[in-house]
Ligand binder design. Structure first.
Ligand code: ZN
Length: 184
């Protein structure tokens, strides 16, 4: 007599193995290791009065600038990163627009603008404005060609007039009314 014994083996349930992702230690170059993730600029007018502050945050794709100004004349004003971190009235000390790629001026420039070119500020009647500006053309990372922390530093400058976004080299933006050195 043949006995067919069928043994039902319980299905082994393959437990999904928890995948351990090995934490990869960040491998930073010495230059990047010293680079700040945030930076700041205190803007003053020609008389030395503080008229604003900017907080800069490094992101993967550029630098987020949170700007607040007080007592600025209402209307449109050009807002740029200038090439030299020196703010002595009338602020010509800050040099031209930050332009490591040697482009022509203007966000509407066919070849790609200065790294320091940014959209105009639209200051309301009370003269106070808070605004966030994203600049994808600059970095806080030291050692990079477009770093605001190059040998002579950089400054944020507000102009008397609007930037027309095309006239080389400065957008026909008039006098410099406020300036702040970018600091760590
Ligand atoms: Zn420019």
């Amino acid at each position: 007599m043949t006995i067919n014994r069928q043994v039902a083996w319980p299905l082994a349930v393959a437990a999904a193995a928890a995948v351990m992702v090995a934490a990869v230690a960040p491998v930073a170059t010495p230059a990047l290791a010293q680079s700040p993730a945030i930076a700041k600029a205190v803007l003053k007018d020609k008389s030395g009065k503080e008229v604003g502050e900017a907080n800069l945050t490094q992101t993967k794709n550029g630098v987020l600038i949170r700007l607040s100004v007080k007592g600025i004349e209402p209307g449109e004003h050009a807002f740029h990163v200038h090439a030299v971190g020196k703010c002595e009235a009338p602020f010509t000390s800050a040099g031209g627009h930050f332009n490591p790629a040697s482009h022509k001026h203007g966000l509407e420039s066919a070849e790609g603008a200065h790294a320091g070119d940014m959209p105009n500020l639209h200051v309301p009647q009370n003269g106070d404005l808070k605004v966030e500006v994203f600049n994808a053309m600059i970095t806080l990372a030291k050692g990079q060609p477009n770093s605001v922390f190059d040998a002579d530093g950089s400054a944020l400058v507000i102009h008397a007039k609007a930037d027309d976004n095309k006239t080389d080299p400065a957008g026909d933006a008039g006098d410099r009314i406020a300036c702040g050195v970018v600091t760590e």
